[in-house]
Design a binder for this molecule. Sequence first.
Ligand SMILES: [Zn+2]
Length: 167
Amino acid sequence: MINIKRQNRGRAKTRFGILLSGLAPRYQRILLKNPIIQSNSTDDRFIQCLFKIEDMRIKVSHLQRPFINPETREISTYSHIKESYKYLNWNCAYCKTDIKSKIDNFKVDNFSCKKCYNYYVKDANKVDKSVMDSMIKFTEHYKNLIRENQKTFIKYVQRNEKKNSIL
Ligand SMILES: [Zn+2]
């Protein structure tokens, strides 16, 4: 909950009688730039609602901001790249064809191509050993990748975040 303090007199800077010093700059900006708030300015819930809307707006634009995919170098939105990072190149457990597997999905169809899924998996009532092996290898592979990539990726993100914040 955002704490709204009121003060009518004194040297502290206020707007509509609300003390500015205790508020985040983005909240101060809302109060200062919107004279229309005046008529509802004594209503804490109203003010808090405006602040929350601003927080949501920032969150959305944060995810929609342009970002360079460190792997493919293509430009996309931050949320899209974060999502694409959940997929790894992998091979079908049966025919070894290239597939994309999702890191947090342990269903059989995540480890087989469509063709093999329809042929081997769909009507079978137990999970094949080759699929189990593939899952275990995949988990190991992912753990190793994380260990290797984590530091570089974090550095990369931080560097880009700095660049973006200047823009
Ligand atoms: Zn296959």
